[in-house]
Design a binder for this molecule. Structure first.
Ligand code: IMP
Length: 433
């Protein structure tokens, strides 16, 4: 059975949750492999209030579906519990949820350090989601992390929290009176979280091996996107994990050969939240128009997303570092009504140099601007199209230009927010079955 890894091919918010939701229906399990509650998925199902999820894979909406949070994810237990409570209140069966015993925990001091770090950077700030993601991954690398399994032993938990807080004393001094930093209260609170989560804590890597050995289908779910990757993205304006396919192996505990396909999700245009280079950014009224029609406001922070034209230079790079085998293009409907559509095929640097590939040097990238090919737009509403043939010729040409420019076939096209508003392309038949 084909196991598929779903990754963002841009700067996040590409609509991965929707694709995972669609694939999860027929898959045996979903495992999220990195990031934390900096991510946000909105799932729109007909006749239902929208579902907003940050940590739990969207497959949870299928009763009993095995949905795992892998060891590579950083988990804020307060957020996880409130997400579980919210789902349960709407009648969702949580029996399929599992959280890796090795997943690291976001602690109250991580939240404070995230905010303090951004304040220190002033106008150089990254624009993090301030959910404590970076400080938590830093503690993981520093061998000072607290893991899910530590919640189950109060003595170990207290010892580890004390050790983790000690080197941060100076940085945390401005927050000395913050009630969330009281050691006794923190341990008590996290022990309570442990009681709530105990039944879901598991050896998720072993569960995935068993499924794969049984020839079952597993979906590996990434968060954020390739250009926010801490190694390959627009450093330092990136997240603190690796949102690319290689990280699925680490964050779920499998080998590269366990993943058969890698689907990159891209919008039909580009967005980015937070600071950092964005060569195809559209300023002014057109950017505002697309932001409004695409509802481009962050699910997690509510921030207005920056808008840009489709960027084939960045997408080719994302295809390479992920080893993409297929593309899913979301939000094509948002472009309806534009007379012409610009597609970036190369960059030009500050001194006139031309780049067909994504520049590795930060200074070059910060000054790079897109060079464009203009393609004709279409005026028809495409939200009811369900087959490629239903799309206007200009929309089909736009998609063909995209697929050719990246060298990866398109399997799925999103034409509206609803889960039924998709077009499955011919290539998808084998992979999704
Ligand atoms: P952090 O992940 O909160 O540390 O934020 C680092 C950068 O990643 C910031 O530019 C955030 O806006 C961005 N970021 C983090 N998560 C997401 C996401 O799910 N979608 C889009 N951008 C994200």
């Amino acid at each position: 059975m084909t196991s598929i890894c779903i990754v963002g091919a841009q700067w996040g918010d590409e609509g991965k949750g929707k694709v995972v939701d669609l694939l999860a229906e027929r898959a045996d399990a979903v495992i999220r492999f990195q990031g934390g509650n900096n991510a946000g998925h909105t799932i729109v199902r007909e006749g239902e209030e929208a579902w907003k999820l940050h940590l739990i894979p969207s497959g949870i909406l299928y009763p009993g579906k095995l949905c795992m949070i892998g060891n590579g994810v950083v988990v804020d237990p307060a957020v996880l519990i409130s997400e579980m409570d919210g789902l349960r209140a709407r009648g969702v069966d949580m029996s399929g949820l599992r959280v890796s015993a090795n997943a690291h925990l976001i602690m109250p001091y991580h939240l404070l350090l995230d905010t303090a770090g951004e304040a220190r950077l002033g106008d150089q700030q990254i624009g993090t989601t301030r959910r404590g993601i970076g400080p938590c991954y830093a503690d993981k690398a520093g061998r000072l992390g607290i893991r899910m399994q530590d919640l189950l032993d109060e003595k170990i938990l207290r010892t580890k929290i004390t050790a983790a807080m000690e080197p941060k004393r100076l940085l945390l001094r401005p927050y000395a009176k913050d009630p969330t930093l009281d050691l006794h209260a923190m341990v008590e609170q996290y022990v309570t979280y442990g009681h709530r989560l105990e039944q879901y804590i598991a050896d998720t890597a072993r569960m995935v091996w068993d499924l794969l050995d049984d020839d079952r289908q597993v979906i590996f779910e990434g968060a954020q996107g390739a250009l926010l990757d801490i190694d390959h993205g627009t450093y330092p304006f990136v997240t603190s994990s690796n949102p690319i396919a290689g990280a699925a192996c680490i964050g779920a505990g499998v080998g590269p050969k366990d993943i058969n396909e890698v689907w990159g999700i891209t919008k039909a245009y580009t967005t980015r939240v937070g600071s950092g280079p964005f060569p195809t950014e559209i300023e002014g009224p057109l950017g505002e128009e697309l932001r409004a029609s695409g509802g481009e406001y962050g699910t997690t922070t509510g921030r207005a997303r920056r808008i840009g034209w489709l960027d084939l230079v960045a997408l080719r790079y994302a295809a390479r570092i992920n080893g993409l085998t297929a593309l899913a293009v979301t939000k094509l409907d948002v472009l309806s009504g534009q007379q012409t559509l610009s597609v970036c095929t190369s960059y030009v640097g500050s001194e006139g140099a031309r780049f067909d590939h994504f520049p590795y040097h930060q200074s070059v990238l910060h000054h790079a601007r897109g060079e464009y090919v203009e393609l004709p737009g279409w005026s028809q509403d495409i939200s009811d199209c369900r087959r490629e043939e239903d799309l206007p010729p200009a929309a089909r040409d736009y998609l063909a230009f995209l697929a050719d420019g990246i060298g990866v076939p398109i399997v799925l096209i999103g034409v509206g927010p609803g889960r039924e508003q998709v077009i499955w392309c011919d290539q998808a038949a084998s992979a999704s079955s």
